[in-house]
Design a protein around this ligand. Structure first.
Ligand SMILES: N=CN[C@@H](CCC(=O)O)C(=O)O
Ligand SMILES: [Zn+2]
Length: 420
């Protein structure tokens, strides 16, 4: 028996169709293809038809007659949201550092004194596999509740072969057990261990010679990421780490120009990274090179919000031809949120993006940022049936009524996984 689901008569059905081959850029980031009073038919986890109910009924009368029906009258339907940058698997929280920052300490000061990423690394190393699994599973459930149907997940709180592998194995098991799709990124180069700060070269070598080959051999990650920032990894070290990953089939990503301009955007263009992420301080030349080399800009306004920093210049990037995606950067230090909807609000209110652009940036462009645009990111025939239904009548309201969870139902591979 085939599984059939019909969502009918959505007040607005946003498809973001037409960009599965190439991410949307410039004015195309405003091209949502909205169907008023739209419907979508799903069969066995795949989209079978998208359009007006009467047309779908004409073409698929038998399937429609057998389908389970969700009446979306008065509601907004979009592709399931995609979060292309998370630090999903970790232990512990850092509210103490938040309180310190509110009194004037900076993120980097706290990290250089052994807190920050090092604090979470200690907690993650101490945590058992099962503990990490359970904590991360809860986060996946919350992501679902906020309309996210695919997440990228980075390692980077192990900083040793054993513990980086533990994080990646947890992500792998979650991907096997949980309905959420998870795309894994190795980020052994997230910080230099505290006791090696003055002599980082042996650690860089371990990342290149031990960790990357093992991660690739066990097929535990698709991407290889590095925190390229003054006091963390230099552009030269980052280049070597990303090149080594490429030699082992891992696609480069970069945490670039987050705290100060450091050539991260330029390096992303040079190594052919699929994305450069953060970019709060990216140079004009870096932005130009990213546009020229088709590097997606994954912007993380939650980090600027939470670190009380200047926001990335999304407007400039889009106007100069960079394909922009948005993400939570969910992590316990710089962005402890799981709400991609709030990130969309920030995109509009703090980065000069339009409501159309933030939707493209969290659907089809986000899918491109994790190499999944052929399968997800838009409502098109043949694509995976991942759908978000919002309790608002039009997409403008998603960013107008800010800081709220508008989700009504979430569909993953044609099955209802959230019903509010
Ligand atoms: N900037 C580097 N890494 C993370 C933060 C990690 C942490 O503070 O635990 C980020 O993307 O913001
Ligand atoms: Zn990050």
């Amino acid at each position: 028996m085939s599984e059939l689901l019909l969502i009918k008569n959505a007040s607005q059905l946003v498809t973001t169709k037409g960009y599965s081959d190439q991410p949307a850029k410039r004015e195309k980031m405003s091209d949502l293809t909205v169907i008023e009073n739209g419907s979508v038919l799903m069969k066995n986890g795949t989209i079978q038809a998208v359009g007006l109910l009467e047309d779908i009924e004409k073409e698929h009368a038998e399937l429609v007659a057998q389908a389970e029906v969700i009446d979306a009258t008065g509601k907004l339907v979009t592709p399931g949201l995609i979060d292309p940058h998370t630090h999903l698997v970790h232990a512990g929280t850092r509210e103490n550092e938040y309180a310190m920052r509110l009194k004037g300490k900076t993120y980097m000061e706290i990290m250089n004194a052994g807190g920050g990423i090092h604090a979470t690394t200690r907690a993650t190393k101490e945590a058992s596999f099962d503990q990490l699994y359970e904590e991360s599973k809860k986060r996946l459930f919350t992501f679902f509740k906020y309309g996210v149907t695919t997440v990228e997940a980075k390692s980077g709180y192990g900083l040793s072969l054993e513990h980086e592998m533990k994080q990646l194995e947890v992500a792998k098991k979650l991907a096997e057990d949980h309905e959420m799709d998870i795309v894994s990124t190795f980020m052994g180069a997230h910080a230099i261990p505290m006791d090696e700060k003055d002599n980082p070269e042996p650690f860089v070598k371990r990342v290149i010679e031990e960790m990357i080959p093992e991660v690739a051999k066990k097929e535990l990650a698709t991407f290889n990421d590095v925190f390229c920032e003054r006091g963390v990894f230099t552009p030269e070290q980052s280049r070597r780490i990303l090149q080594a990953g490429k030699e082992h089939g891992l696609i480069p990503k970069i945490h670039a120009d987050e705290i100060e301009p450091y050539g991260g955007a330029e390096l992303a263009a040079e190594v052919g990274a699929i994305s450069a992420d953060h970019l709060l301080k990216a140079s004009d030349e870096g932005i130009r090179q990213m546009a020229e080399r088709d590097v997606i800009g994954v912007l993380l306004p939650g980090t600027a919000f939470f670190l009380m920093a200047e926001y990335a210049d999304a407007r400039k990037m889009i106007d100069q031809g960079v394909a922009v995606a948005l993400s939570t950067d969910a992590n316990p230090g710089s962005s402890p949120t799981l709400s991609l909807q709030f990130i969309m609000n920030l995109g509009c209110l703090k980065m000069g993006m339009t409501p159309e652009e933030v939707l493209v940036a969290t659907t089809i462009n986000a899918a491109h940022a994790i190499g999944k645009a052929e399968q997800i990111g838009s409502l098109e025939v043949g694509k995976q049936a991942d759908v978000a239904i919002f309790n608002v009548s039009n997409y403008l309201k998603l960013s107008y009524n800010y800081g709220m969870n508008h989700i009504d139902q979430v569909i993953k591979k044609g099955k209802v996984v959230v019903e509010n």
